[in-house]
Design a protein around this ligand. Sequence first.
Ligand SMILES: Nc1ncnc2c1ncn2[C@@H]1O[C@H](COP(=O)(O)OS(=O)(=O)O)[C@@H](OP(=O)(O)O)[C@H]1O
Length: 220
Amino acid sequence: MPPSFGHQITIEKTPSYAESKLALQRIHRFNSSIKLIVIVRDPVIRLQSSYAHAMSKFPKPNVTFMKWCGGNKASLIQRMSFVSHVTNIFNIFSRGQIIVLSEEALEFNPAEMMHQVETFLGLKSAFTKDAFIFNRQKGFYCLNVNNSRYKVISKHIKTDPRTGCFSKSKGRAHPQVDSALFKNLVILAQPYNEKLFRLIQKRFEWSNLENFTVKERTEI
Ligand SMILES: Nc1ncnc2c1ncn2[C@@H]1O[C@H](COP(=O)(O)OS(=O)(=O)O)[C@@H](OP(=O)(O)O)[C@H]1O
């Protein structure tokens, strides 16, 4: 951890820590009052995102999303279920130390989500609505480079200074998904989503059999 002054807080971002009980226990030993921000995502979209990530690192043109998912139900469930990881976090840390947020909230309402994070961390509010601007080409909210705080914010958050957007690796095109496969994935994920919602005592509007639609961004 880099040193920080009394008026600063240090933030560290390593998603894989959440998947390791040992890492969580070691973090607790390091600082038992640390605050944790857990961001989860619609698991079916998360799976598409993992595929896009894997293909960009090691391109395999013949490996379609369906092939990549494979027929191993247990392995798919393992990749789409977050509840066991979040249970570990809840068992090791007290509830007041943890905030569970969704990628969807970050993607579609970044100002509101940043406000929640600032409140949770006990910080003064810095991110107002006009700190963000929707970029049609990117398809995401980006930082508003014309906002008076952009200069300060951009010292800490790496974005393209012309657009205020994250790099190409954030917001990759997702694979087109066959609707039968999508439905099967939704069915597999749903019981684990419900367990997670019960644990965290809030719900996210993730793909389910009632609102069933294949969400596609762009074909790759
Ligand atoms: N504003 C904005 N700009 C760009 N990307 C955004 C934004 N808000 C949310 N997201 C989603 O964040 C996903 C990338 O998150 P991570 O940085 O944690 O992923 S990774 O480290 O690259 O694996 C990335 O996932 P993919 O779309 O699957 O690439 C985005 O969907």
